[in-house]
Ligand binder design. Sequence first.
Ligand SMILES: N[C@@H](CCC(=O)N[C@@H](CS)C(=O)NCC(=O)O)C(=O)O
Length: 211
Amino acid sequence: MKPEQDEVTLYHYWRSSSSWRVRCALEFKKIQARMIAVDLLNGENEAPDHAKRHPMGYVPVLDIAGHRLVQSVAILEFLDEYIPSPSLYPGNIYDRAQVRALVEIINADTQPIQNLDVMERHSSDPEEKKKWNHYFIHRGLKAFEKLCSTSAGKFSVGDHVCASDLLLIPQCYNALRFEVDLKDFPHISKIHSLCMTLLEFKNSSPERFQP
Ligand SMILES: N[C@@H](CCC(=O)N[C@@H](CS)C(=O)NCC(=O)O)C(=O)O
């Protein structure tokens, strides 16, 4: 059963790729949520209110039906079980393993290296930060491209949108910000172009939430 609108609140930041993953899943599951912006650039995420919501002071945080959920991939899996159709994970167990492997290339091995706190510890020089992001995003997408070449149809695993696409597209947005050329990755380029024609990706995109 779908929750009432006032039971769902997403704490997010417009440019946060992890937030976009969840905004997009809410679109696919047709769940309307109250959106509350947490400004990462002015440190709102470190304020006591938000520290109570998330043990690491990160976004996204989803409040749903009286429960508080953190970690975007755990939230995606929850939403997929909560509202099974359309499914974001394929029925076949090998395909599901492939979706999860692609998810982890972004979730574990690429996105965390771009976090603001990581960046600050690496360097305060904007040019150096840009080089760092470019290098690690390129490296992550190269691995995604290689792995998804064994499973891609119209999307990264077969012909239906799945969780790995919800991780990929926000990462592509960051790639473009840091001048990584998606043409280096033919499967990713095709998937990116197709996803960006879909309402669920458009309605949840950063531009829609930019203050
Ligand atoms: N693994 C977490 C990552 C969350 C995360 O890294 N969020 C970033 C924005 S994309 C954040 O809140 N960063 C704050 C900071 O770097 O201080 C998830 O998937 O939810």
